[in-house]
Design a protein around this ligand. Structure first.
Ligand code: ADP
Ligand code: MG
Length: 586
């Protein structure tokens, strides 16, 4: 086992490594760094996500370029904006002690002139997405004719995303004598072709398994109303009792919110996003690796480093802003020769994106129905039956057998089985017996969805004269109302707190009960008044409020609470706890 010193890195870089806390090189680093430092040959390196590829090419590049010069000498192409930023920031950390080093990230969706200006100041290294790089070249905003080192990072992903022409065009502007280093998780034909056409007798290193592809991932989508997204997620999880999944949300806030809700609902869930400390992230990742977390809710950036092989499902809770990112998400499953499923929960307004994704991944989606309550009960029951069938008997039980037998003396085997299974089944059954169909027909109108922000045909919207001034946020108000009214978790929705008042919804059939409970009702010595909201039909004011709340999501939740910690169970006695079965992994 070698150290970073052994690999031949200079003192400036070793200092950076110490600052970063890297103790020893990873396998791909151990193999690639000496090779790249000591020769000018091309390289093809195959290694999974999270194996430390950035440092494997980053350190040698930083050591080999001339930092005293302001000429652009290194070009790193990478598939997405997120990765670009990530690589650029890692490179800056690696080279923290290399005085005068200038690394610039170049990617779409941000000012091209600003990026050009940064490059003009003298960028020795440019990290770029192919699309933006090509753009800059054609506008003559960048000069890559003196490049000595070109890196194609995540080459397979770049080709998957249709960047072949862009890459070809970019490389045609670089000198022939440069060294090209290609890094990829897999080696499909297209990557092999790039290696053959653009590289000269490359050396090859492989870490772990070779040639995995994502063709063993199937793609499904589920069309629901936006407000049913979370319910749909739960059903997908419940219909797959052995799920071991990564769930993608668009923002850190949504990621945290969904994870917290899942934890509250008794699932083994955790959050992974950039607002967590490194330590919190490590805890969550460790729990996930050990299968203690079944549902890891993550942002795209945070999930980039997930190197877990047996993920059964990827769930797109929301589609990514850039549909290209979908490839990255679905690539978290179907690894190491296993099969995987990538599911998308999609609302009417975004369903057309499915078609665009199909074009990008060159695969078809199956439109699936969100399972109904009874299907889920059946799946859970059969899963339990299988589990029991496969359970090894614990003979510690033997000594109690006499008294147990006595108790069941008059119970037939048939009856005993029925009773035994009812223990579990009834909990699911009670939860799901009144569950509604969450599916939306593809051609139906969008209006119901909009209206659901206010009252609708089946639900009532209420006004209540307490709000954040009284110390409530939407979560605590929901808890308060649930407790007061003795309601299940899903009986209350669209809880929205304002300064001195709030809104919430229930199903219409609960209206009488709600209003009766809050007649002459006092809380902390003051009258609390609940009325049916006037904006019943989804009037503009109320709807806008709904939107606002939606876009701000759970941000109102008090901060300190759960950092997406693992394995936290719902508080006992929380109304819902009784009706929603606890989860246990395998
Ligand atoms: P890849 O590109 O192979 O997916 P990255 O280069 O992004 O992997 O590295 C994954 C994570 O591992 C990063 O957070 C990085 O800082 C960390 N890392 C890389 N090399 C080492 C090392 N030798 N020791 C500890 N952590 C490392
Ligand atoms: Mg990488």
């Amino acid at each position: 086992m070698s150290t970073f010193q052994d690999l031949g890195l200079n003192d400036y870089l070793l200092q950076g490594i110490t600052d970063l806390g890297f103790e020893k090189p990873s396998e791909v680093q151990e193999k690639a760094i000496p090779l790249l430092l000591n020769s000018e040959e091309d390289l093809v390196a195959l290694a999974q996500t999270g194996t430390g590829k950035t440092a494997a090419f980053g350190f040698p590049m930083l050591q080999k370029i001339n930092i005293d010069s302001r000429t652009t000498q290194g070009l790193i192409l990478s598939p997405t904006r997120e990765l670009c930023l990530q690589i650029a920031s890692e490179m800056k950390l690696y080279g923290k002690h290399c005085k005068g080093l200038n690394v610039v990230a170049v990617y779409g969706g941000s000012s091209i002139t600003e990026q050009a200006r940064e490059i003009k100041r003298g960028a020795q290294v440019i990290v770029a997405t192919p699309g933006r790089m090509k753009d800059m070249i054609s506008r003559r905003l960048v000069d890559i004719t003196k490049i000595e080192y070109a890196v194609l990072d995540e080459a397979d992903e770049m080709l998957n995303m249709g960047f072949k022409e862009d890459i070809t065009a970019i490389l045609s502007h670089t000198p022939n004598e440069k060294s090209t280093w290609l890094f990829s998780a897999t080696m499909p034909k297209e990557v092999a072709a790039i290696a053959k056409n653009f590289m000269h007798n490359p050396q090859e290193i492989t870490v772990g398994r070779k040639n995995e592809s994502t063709t063993n991932v199937s793609h499904e989508y589920y069309l629901v109303n936006a407000r049913d997204r979370y319910q749909a997620l739960k059903r997908l999880a419940d219909a797959n009792p052995d799920i071991f999944s990564v769930i993608f949300c668009r923002t850190k806030r949504d990621t945290q919110k969904v994870a917290e809700k899942l934890i509250e609902d008794g699932y083994n869930a955790g959050a992974l996003h950039g607002d967590l400390s490194q330590n919190q992230r490590d805890l969550v990742m460790n729990a996930f690796r050990k299968n203690q977390i079944q549902m890891l809710v993550a942002t795209d950036v945070a999930a980039r480093g997930i190197d877990v092989d047996d993920v059964t499902h990827v769930i797109n809770y929301q589609l990514p802003d850039e549909i290209e990112t979908y490839t990255h998400r679905s690539g978290r499953t179907g690894r190491a020769g296993k099969t995987g499923v990538s599911m998308v929960i999609v609302s009417k307004s975004e369903v057309r994106k499915i078609k665009s994704i199909e074009r990008i991944i060159k695969r078809q989606f199956d439109k699936k129905e969100v399972p109904d309550g009874m299907e889920i009960c059946e799946v859970q029951l059969m899963s339990l039956a299988n589990k029991i069938h496969n359970t090894e008997i614990n003979h510690e039980i033997d000594k109690y057998l006499t008294s147990i037998n006595e108790l069941f003396e008059d119970t037939s085997k048939d009856e005993l089985i029925k009773k035994f299974f009812s223990v579990e089944f009834t909990r699911f059954y009670n939860y799901y017996k009144k569950a509604q169909n969450l599916n939306v027909a593809e051609g139906s109108s969008d209006r119901d969805e909009g209206r659901s922000y206010g009252g609708s045909k089946n639900s009532t919207r209420y006004f209540i004269n307490v709000g954040s001034k009284d110390g409530f946020d939407w979560m605590s108000l929901k808890d308060f109302l649930r407790e007061q009214l003795d309601l299940g978790r899903d009986d209350l929705f669209k809880v929205e707190t304002k300064d001195s008042f709030s809104f919430f919804n229930t199903e219409k059939e609960l209206q009488e009960k709600v209003l009766a409970h809050f007649t002459d009702f006092k809380h902390n010595g003051r009258f609390v008044n609940v009325e049916v909201s006037e904006n019943r039909g989804g009037g503009r004011r109320d709807r806008n409020r709904g939107r606002k709340k939606d876009s701000r999501g759970g941000g109102r939740r008090s901060e300190g609470r759960s950092s997406g910690g693992n394995n936290k169970r719902a508080k006992s006695g929380a109304g819902f706890g009784a009706s929603r079965p606890r989860r246990s992994r395998r």
